[in-house]
Design a protein around this ligand. Structure first.
Ligand SMILES: C[S@@+](CC[C@H](N)C(=O)[O-])C[C@H]1O[C@@H](n2cnc3c(N)ncnc32)[C@H](O)[C@@H]1O
Length: 452
């Protein structure tokens, strides 16, 4: 829960920008990272206030459950009855009071200034009363027992169902894994020509380090993502975990083999596999999102064939591809460092529905794999249902496929007990990505009785 060292001095304008970012996420369904970029692009804040505004928005979205719980002790009516705009501002004030380093008086008055300027004089008395009340009662809040699920949810900043899902997957390591999801994600770049990209970014004053998990990964600090792309047009902003999947998909088939990326948009992995010398066909259910693949592939000078297709009703000829990559839609809990809002947007029922979709997609993807070919499954999450359970269920009904051991250096996992690999922010510093490589037997005749 770090705050910038000089947060005490941040202006009211920085808090107003943070509030606008939170509003964009809640009102428009925006993703936090792009909402921050958009808000800062048009602002006149200096570097220190930009950092403060960005951090405050991320923290208010991340800790929403705990902030609402605390506010519930000091707002006399149900918090849901408070208008959305004002509730978001109260969360911003509450985060400063619970976790910030600024004096209470400064946090309250600067937040109340935002109420006055953005929401009107009628909100000032209420905002002031609630936040002063919270500052007074903060140390007397009756927190649930630290080892209860409720207590851990409030202390780690996740809903109960995510804590329970983490327990089911990580056991005694659950709280460490959850805490790592609250750390800021580093900016990682996939560089076609790492030497040239490093030189271009260093010339702009950025600090550039070589990545740990993929040879084309660069860790970049001191420069905005948009400036990276201006300086290095052949660079792709992509987390290293996704690069690991790209390498696994490319390594699973011979050079020049045909690879179907069945859920390809916006194209990070498809363009990577193409850059690694495989003949990629990019498919996705969404024509609009497939346009993003086209834009990216063309920017990188390597266009790929595009097909709009619902993967569950596979239009592909059986065995048409040497490899199929299924980077399936998922709960996204592995990317909460960059999308803190996701944990509050999803629930257990979503995970169950997504796991069913993943199983259907995987079964359809398998049909398109040629004998001897590879089926690569990945999801940017870690729930048991969407990872090892999907692969376990698949292998139990597809005896013509076997799980393949991963090449050395591709993450770490208890492969003696789980198929595939789980990358996590806690262990690998990258997104929480699960991947498994399944090989279709050459001599295995698919048994129709095993197909769903
Ligand atoms: C996790 S994203 C893929 C990210 C992409 N592989 C990349 O690396 O940039 C999942 C994608 O699945 C697509 N999708 C969801 N349901 C689908 C379906 N039934 N058939 C095909 N694509 C689907 C979504 O439109 C979305 O673009």
């Amino acid at each position: 829960m770090s705050t910038p060292r000089d947060a005490e001095a941040a202006t009211g304008d920085a808090r107003a920008v943070a509030w606008r970012i939170v509003r964009a996420v809640h009102r428009d369904g925006a993703w936090t990272g792009p909402a921050v970029d958009r808000a800062l692009r048009g602002s006149t804040l200096d570097a220190r206030d930009r950092a403060f505004a960005s951090n405050l928005a991320f923290q208010a979205l991340r800790w929403e459950g705990t902030l609402d719980w605390a506010l519930g002790h000091v707002v006399r009516r149900p918090l849901d009855d408070v208008e959305d705009e004002l509730r978001d501002l109260l969360r911003i004030g509450a985060w400063q009071l619970l976790y910030g380093r600024m004096p209470d008086r400064a946090a309250v008055s600067a937040t109340v200034d935002v109420a006055r300027s953005e929401l009107g004089a009628r909100t000032v008395g209420f905002a002031n009363g609630v936040l002063r009340n919270l500052a007074r009662r903060r140390d007397a809040l009756s927190w649930p027992a630290a080892d209860s699920v409720d207590g851990r949810a409030l202390r780690t900043g996740y809903p109960r169902w995510v804590v329970e899902a983490a327990d089911a997957r990580f056991g005694t390591d659950a709280d460490r894994q959850l805490a790592a999801g609250n750390e800021p994600a580093r900016l990682t770049v996939r560089a076609g020509d790492a030497v040239a990209v490093r030189a271009a970014l260093t010339a702009l004053g950025a600090q550039v380090r070589t990545g740990a998990l993929a040879p084309e990964a660069l860790y970049v600090e001191g420069i905005a993502p948009a400036a990276v792309l201006d300086a290095a047009p052949d660079a792709v902003i992509q987390d290293e975990a996704s690069m690991v999947v790209g390498h696994a998909a490319a390594a699973a088939v011979p050079a020049g083999a045909r690879v179907l990326d069945m859920c390809a948009a916006p194209g990070g992995k498809a363009t990577h596999v193409a850059a690694l010398g495989r003949k990629v066909t990019a498919a996705d259910r969404s024509a609009t999102r497939l346009g993003l693949v086209d834009d990216l592939a063309r920017r990188l000078g390597q266009p790929v064939p595009l097909v709009v297709a619902d993967g569950t009703r596979s239009p592909w000829r059986p065995g048409a591809f040497g490899g199929v990559l299924l980077d399936a839609p998922c709960s996204g809990l592995g990317v909460v460092r960059r999308r803190p809002e996701l944990r509050w947007r999803r629930d257990v029922a979503d995970v169950t529905a997504l796991a069913a979709l993943q199983r259907d997609l995987l079964a359809a993807a398998a049909d398109a794999v040629a004998p001897g070919g590879a089926l690569v499954y990945s999801v940017c999450t870690w729930t048991r249902q969407e990872t090892v359970d999907v692969i376990g269920a698949f292998l139990s009904t597809h005896d013509d496929f076997v799980a393949e051991p991963m090449a050395d250096g591709v993450g770490r996992a208890a492969e003696d007990v789980e198929p595939g690999r789980q990358l996590t922010p806690a262990e690998h510093g990258c997104d929480g990505m699960y991947l498994a490589v399944l090989r279709r037997r050459v001599d295995g005749v698919p048994d129709p009785a095993h197909r769903r």
